[in-house]
Design a binder for this molecule. Structure first.
Ligand SMILES: [Zn+2]
Length: 465
């Protein structure tokens, strides 16, 4: 008799901008592993890595499957998974470099730290390969094998803290590339029935449906929410007029701000996500295209922060900032011409407003009308009663601030996968040892997969579990 093994199978970089999807390959792999009789110890994990990494795949998502099986099966599982990647990945694309890693046993601390680094910063392939060798992981890389880093990072992120779920449903091959037949009204109804436990279903400003991606990939839709139960319930509320090939519920770090860490302005480097805290250094400027740029200084340095046109309300708030305001800005660092760094704002917290003092012409002491300048240093005269006062000067007046301290995010349509939406504030799940603050007691689901989490070839989604 052979002993039982706990195994983690990581997978990354199998898609291309022209189609394919690493999660779809994972769905195929899940079915393959089910046939081999593995016992699942967690929902499949969908781990979003640093969204600012320069060579990222779309959404920069990697996958990890965690299961128990007889140790003698591991070689076969790895061989089957490699075959599947070789067959299904978008291998022809110049930026697709798939990687597959199989690690046995508990996830070692260095691998968990590697994952944090891949989510919050940049990792190198040789670091990943060294770790794999040190921990006896099986590795296969295709082409340049860059996906090995992401695959190992997915294994290392065990989602012990805050996490969410996403149900992804896939299209039959005949429909791929055609418009998605999901009734918009049913998405809004689903949102109303499940809020706040699902998020980013549609964009309230534009009415745009966000659960359906655009493009030729096999994903029909993705419902994001706080529990496996709620995403499945929400999925069943949708009116869908096309066949569903299969669906899978992933446990994920989406919507958790997992990529954001506090940094000093001096520590900023291109491609890093960062949260900086400081004072607005100079009045905001609007540049061509409607983008708003404001400088923030934290004592260690000053950096330009940019709120982009599509970010609606956030951009309006950015434009109302004033020197001296205390703000916390989160986003990704980009390098502009001449090596100048810009922080692309994806979250703006206005902590304290400074008084906005503006110089105004004095009022006429006789009739109260605002006076006019008679030229630099020559005093003022009243346009109504003609009073002249050569000694009069401009007066400083505190202007009203048409904004309030608070938290501002771009509209859902321009949020990143990792950005925590407003709806999730207060619903965060924290692992032990602290008391759970959210509604969902971690880790009731980890190591105890209760809901059926995948289904294949369903004609009627209400009959598939
Ligand atoms: Zn007057």
């Amino acid at each position: 008799m052979s002993s039982e093994a706990l195994a983690h199978l990581g997978l990354d970089d199998t898609d291309s901008p022209r189609g394919g999807c690493t999660t779809y390959l994972a769905a195929l792999l899940i079915e393959c592993l089910c046939k081999l009789g593995v016992e699942w110890v967690d929902y499949p994990n969908l781990i979003r890595l640093n969204p600012n990494a320069p060579w990222k795949t779309r959404g920069n998502g990697a996958i990890c499957l965690r299961f128990k099986c007889g140790r003698e099966l591991l070689d076969e599982i790895f061989a089957r998974a490699s075959e599947l990647v070789a067959r299904e990945a978008e291998m022809w694309h110049e930026n697709t470099h798939p990687g597959l890693v199989l690690l046995e046993g508990k996830v070692p601390l260095p691998v968990r730290l590697f994952a944090k680094k891949a989510i919050r910063g940049l990792v190198r392939l040789d670091e990943a390969l060294k770790l794999c060798a040190r921990h006896n992981a099986k590795v296969v890389g295709f082409k340049l094998g860059r996906g090995v880093s992401g695959a190992l990072a997915a294994i290392g992120e065990v989602l012990a803290g805050d996490h969410t779920y996403e149900l992804l449903a896939y299209r039959v091959p005949e429909k791929r590339g055609l418009p998605r037949a999901v009734e918009a009204r049913s998405v809004v109804e689903m949102d109303e029935a499940t809020r706040p436990l699902t998020f980013n279903n549609y964009d309230p400003e534009t009415g745009r449906i966000l659960i359906t991606p655009r493009g030729p990939d096999p994903v029909l839709l993705g419902v994001r929410g706080e529990s496996p139960d709620v995403v499945l319930r929400a999925f069943k509320m949708l009116r869908i007029d096309e066949p569903i090939e299969r669906w899978v519920i992933f446990r994920t770090n989406q919507g958790t701000d997992a990529h954001l860490v506090r940094r000093l302005v001096r520590e900023l480097k291109p491609h890093l996500p960062a949260v900086i805290r400081g004072r607005v250094a100079r009045p905001p400027e609007m540049i061509t295209g409607g983008h708003v740029i404001f400088g923030v200084s934290d004592g260690s340095g000053e950096v330009d922060c940019a709120a982009y046109e599509p970010s609606g309300q956030l951009r309006r708030v950015a434009l109302s900032l004033w020197p001296g305001d205390v703000v916390e800005v989160a986003g990704g660092v980009r390098e502009g011409p001449g090596g100048r760094l810009t922080l692309n704002v994806e979250r703006l917290k206005v902590i304290e407003l400074a008084p906005k003092l503006v110089a105004e012409n004095p009022r006429c002491p006789r009739c109260g009308k605002r006076m006019k300048s008679m030229g630099r240093g020559k005093g003022f005269r009243c346009p109504r009663c003609g009073l002249r006062d050569p000694g009069a000067q401009k007066v400083l007046v505190e202007a009203p601030r048409n904004m309030r301290p608070g938290l501002y995010l771009p509209p859902p349509r321009s949020q990143r996968h990792l950005t925590k939406p407003l709806r999730r504030y207060g619903l965060e799940k924290y692992g032990p040892p602290g008391p759970p603050r959210g509604m969902w007691l971690w880790p009731t689901l980890f190591r105890d997969v209760q809901e059926p989490f995948y289904c294949r070839h369903t004609k009627d989604i209400t009959k598939c579990y």
